[in-house]
Design a protein around this ligand. Structure first.
Ligand code: GLA
Length: 381
């Protein structure tokens, strides 16, 4: 945080407001936020700090402390550019599109959230900036609306047609809680995360994913195609994936291409798993909950095809230890982290074993993070 404040003061010589914008984990409910599903994310204590102040001009000045890069843009000529700039420009663009007026401002940001690791650094940038502008310019927009705007920001210039999960978690997280979110109605509940003898560990494959590479949007497209076909085949009043069961997908297999069939089967199974998982969490039945996580990994790997050999290897290794009660790829996939629920007393030894096997296999040293939860983006006062 101090580095971001120092950079702001060096560059702009004024006193900023400072915000922390968290990354997120997701316990279960993957790739179904954009398929009428339920998700179980939590904001975490790794994130991005923003230092922001109005500058009484019509220009926004950005400094990325981590990338040692900066640029300025006139608020009258906001346009798509390249790389990281699109995440902040996307926010300005969406505000403009919605006729929400902000003045010029100075902004420095940076943090400790690994990029491309499935922890949603992009939502942290979007959520952090939009919350900072909401505060600095007294926009009075509530956190749910801010999350929707931040999601649209990602759809715009970065061009990833993401669901609402990441931006929602970034803005609505609560320390020591997970969010049980209905992605259709946006009804949500904060549920205490009581892990007792267990803890959550993320293992970063260090294989970088890029959702913008188009695979994410292709998955979304496959699902839309499948949904339209199934809706017609099943008939009746189908308006949501929630009304379609895995059995109905199987019964209509011949109407779908193999690829689209696999995607549809995953979506319907994952919606069912997440509903079950919600009940199990309320009963504090972590063991059964963990089994569903392994099933989710299998589905994401074989049916949804968003895993990779490195992620599969980490999950297979984790399965060797009964003290790992659940493990799976987390987030968009194609690289990034696995999420693991591990018995605390055994965690060190297990992690050493899994990570050294990984290093031997791929010649990459993975990173491990023990997760602590956080509040959604907040001002540091
Ligand atoms: C990315 C997207 C989310 C969600 C996950 C997969 O993180 O931003 O909306 O779809 O992938 O669950």
């Amino acid at each position: 945080m101090q580095q971001v404040i120092d950079s702001f003061v060096n560059n702009f010589q004024t006193t900023p407001k400072v915000f922390f914008a968290p990354g997120r984990i997701n316990l279960i409910g993957e790739h179904i936020d954009y398929n009428h599903g339920y998700v179980m994310p939590a904001a975490i204590d790794k994130g991005i700090w923003f230092a922001v102040a109005a500058n009484n001009t019509n220009t926004a000045n950005f400094v990325s402390v981590d990338l040692k890069d900066s640029f300025s843009v006139s608020l009258d000529t906001v346009q798509k550019q390249d790389s990281w700039k699109n995440y902040v420009l996307g926010v300005l663009h969406v505000l403009e599109e919605n006729n929400i007026k902000v003045g010029g401002f100075d902004c420095a940001f940076g943090g400790n959230l690994p990029v491309g690791a499935g922890l949603s650094s992009s939502a942290a940038v979007e959520g952090g900036l939009i919350m900072a502008l909401n505060t600095v310019f007294n926009l009075g927009i509530n956190r749910i609306e801010l999350a929707k705007l931040a999601q649209k920001a990602e759809h715009g210039y970065p061009g990833v047609k993401c669901g609402i999960m990441d931006q929602f978690a970034n803005l609505n997280g609560k320390k020591d809680h997970v969010i049980l979110l209905d992605c259709v109605t946006l009804d949500y509940q904060h549920f205490p995360l009581q892990l007792n003898d267990y803890a959550i560990y993320l293992i970063n494959t260090k294989v970088h994913h890029s959702l913008a590479s188009g695979e994410y949007n292709k998955r979304r497209h496959d699902c839309e195609e499948g949904f339209a076909i199934l809706k017609e085949k099943i008939g009746g009043e189908i308006s949501s994936w929630r009304q379609i069961s895995p059995e109905q997908v199987i019964a209509n297999k011949e109407a779908l291409s193999t690829r689209v069939f696999d995607r549809c089967l995953f979506v319907t199974q994952e919606i069912g798993r997440t509903q079950k998982a919600g009940e199990l969490l309320k009963q504090n039945n972590l063991i059964e909950f963990g089994k569903l996580m392994f099933q989710t990994h299998e589905g994401l790997s074989k049916l949804y095809e968003v895993s990779c050999p490195e992620l599969d290897f980490l999950v297979d290794q984790a399965k060797l230890f009964p003290e790992v009660i659940g493990a799976r790829v987390m987030g968009g996939g194609f690289g990034g982290c696995t999420i693991n629920i591990i018995e605390k007393a055994k965690a060190d030894a297990i992690i050493t074993s899994v990570t050294s096997a990984y290093q031997k296999q791929f010649n990459i040293i993975p990173e491990v993070y023990e997760v602590a939860t956080s509040n959604g983006t907040y001002e540091i006062v």
